[in-house]
Design a binder for this molecule. Structure first.
Ligand SMILES: Cc1cc2nc3c(=O)[nH]c(=O)nc-3n(C[C@H](O)[C@H](O)[C@H](O)COP(=O)(O)OP(=O)(O)OC[C@H]3O[C@@H](n4cnc5c(N)ncnc54)[C@H](O)[C@@H]3O)c2cc1C
Length: 468
């Protein structure tokens, strides 16, 4: 490629994290990128909005230290300092007092510095929400999971709950401990999620590396953390971004290559295409030869699982912790979002209550959800009982993630298709990870590798890949 040569055109369809990371990787690899996003904004499942002078996200997003691709993306954007780690893993788990007005009981999920999985041993053996017998039964199950072979297809034939029960875990242990990790990471409860997906989470996050589960989340709205910085970076790399540009069709050149995409404005020619849309949109757009026989239609079987967030603005500080979880309560996880929302802590506190696997809550009216969550929150955080609610708002994502039940692993397609210059990305693709920001960025990189290779280019490795 000579100086001034814009490089081969790659069209990236979809402006979520998968599309943004694919677009950056393709631009870094020397392609002339056009990113087409159907909505009037970038960010996909990660978006922010303003209300009454404060900033909110569509839902609390966290990531772990093991999310190396997402961290690498933030490094590339120059914003990793805006999502600091909250120290070594330490989450207070609150259980309401049995008599309504009493103080809640607190147990901790925390790690120490011992090698994994011993780093969790002390915390689990003193986890007071379980009986001593239930606690003693935790380590054998943890070791069983640690030894599970993630590439064994049999892991995708049963639920994590079935496996836990067959490994001595009581219903109480599943609800009060295992689900605390399964729900926010896979967006399903243990009784539903595939053992395959849960084993990946526990193996990668909790059982193989001491610091892998240290938690980080954005100190600013997600739009400032990765959406706007990605837009700016792409534009500085010469990429073109078109919003409200819904792709209606992939245009093929004969059977073996894609020639471009069709939008309402006409056909856009491309030398390679990255399709980074949710699985249901991909099922509609993928031409049959692009996938192995019949698989495109199967994509819809991946289903979806909802997430609901209840954001409450109090007139004073009501919660000491930056993050807390709850058991035996409608509340699941709570985050202090005061500074991220743009509020001075002296003026009050903004909390986000995050509800994963929210099949029931997704259909409830906002005022019902707010009342129920507020009442439960007040039993857990006594200071909130006397505080005024200044504002409360509910965000609902019906299709937050695919539904990773048994049998879904084989439905997830890889980045490579039968058409060499057409690549797939998206958190739903076959990354091995649950539908997460990490999975989305990994998929974007993998798709960029495929698209660039079809043009004879290679991707520039991210900083953390070079270090590794
Ligand atoms: C409320 C909520 C909380 C979450 N919490 C976490 C968390 O704590 N940690 C974590 O790691 N992950 C979390 N996730 C999951 C994470 O946000 C997603 O897995 C990830 O952002 C998905 O990125 P994606 O690019 O694959 O898909 P998307 O973000 O869905 O992007 C796809 C894009 O394609 C566009 N599109 C669709 N069809 C077309 C078309 N025909 N033409 C053009 N554009 C099209 C869409 O408009 C969309 O912008 C959460 C998700 C939600 C909703």
């Amino acid at each position: 490629m000579s100086a001034g040569d814009p490089g081969p055109r790659v069209v990236v369809v979809g402006g979520g994290l998968a599309g943004l990371s694919a677009a950056v990787a393709c631009a870094d690899g020397g392609a002339a990128v056009t990113l087409l996003e159907g909505r009037p904004r970038l960010g996909g499942a990660t978006w922010s909005f303003n209300r009454k002078g404060l900033a909110f996200d569509n839902g609390q997003h966290v990531h772990l230290r093991c999310c190396e691709a997402y961290r690498g993306f933030l490094l590339r954007l120059g914003t990793s300092h805006l999502a600091p780690f909250d120290g070594p893993l330490a989450i207070p788990v609150l259980r309401p007092a049995s008599s309504g007005g009493g103080a809640p009981a607190t147990a901790w999920i925390r790690r120490d510095d011992l090698p994994a999985p011993l780093h969790l041993g002390r915390s689990l053996l003193s986890y007071r929400h379980l009986s001593p017998l239930d606690r003693l039964r935790l380590p054998p199950a943890a070791f069983g999971l640690r030894n599970a072979r993630l590439d064994d297809p049999r892991l995708d034939t049963l639920t994590f709950g079935e496996w836990l029960r067959s490994h001595g875990q009581s219903d109480r242990a599943i609800e009060r401990l295992w689900d605390l990790i399964t729900l926010p990471t896979t967006n399903l409860r243990a009784r539903e999620v595939s053992l395959s997906l849960a084993a990946k989470v526990f193996r990668t996050g909790l059982l193989t590396d001491t610091s892998a589960a240290d938690i980080a989340w954005s100190a600013v709205p997600l739009a400032e953390l990765h959406v706007e910085p990605a837009r700016r970076l792409l534009e500085s790399l010469g990429a073109e971004i078109r919003l409200k540009a819904r792709v209606t069709e992939l245009v093929l050149a004969g059977r073996g290559a894609v020639r471009g995409v069709a939008t309402e404005d006409g056909i856009l020619e491309a030398e390679a295409v990255v399709l980074a849309v949710p699985h249901e949109a991909a099922a509609q757009l993928l031409p049959p030869p692009a996938v192995t026989a019949g698989r495109a239609a199967d994509l819809r079987l991946l289903g979806t699982s909802p997430i609901v967030n209840v954001h409450i603005v109090f007139d004073r500080k009501v919660m000491e912790h930056r993050i807390a979880a709850a058991v035996d309560s409608p509340v699941q996880f709570v985050f202090d979002r005061t500074r991220a929302a743009g509020m001075d802590p002296a003026d009050g506190q903004v909390v986000a209550i995050s509800l994963s696997g929210a099949d029931v809550e997704i259909g409830q009216r906002p005022e019902v959800l707010i009342d129920r969550q507020l009442e439960a929150f007040r039993t857990l955080f006594p200071l909130a009982r006397r505080a005024e609610v200044v504002d409360a708002v509910v965000t609902r994502e019906h299709d937050a993630t695919f539904r990773g039940v048994p049998g879904t692993r084989s439905l997830r397609l890889g980045a490579r298709t039968a058409i060499p210059n057409l690549a797939l990305a998206g958190a739903w693709t076959d990354t091995g990870w649950p539908a997460t920001m990490e999975g989305a960025v990994r998929s974007g990189r993998a798709a960029a590798d495929v698209a660039l290779a079809s043009l004879g280019h290679t991707r520039t490795p991210d900083a953390e890949e070079v270090i590794a």
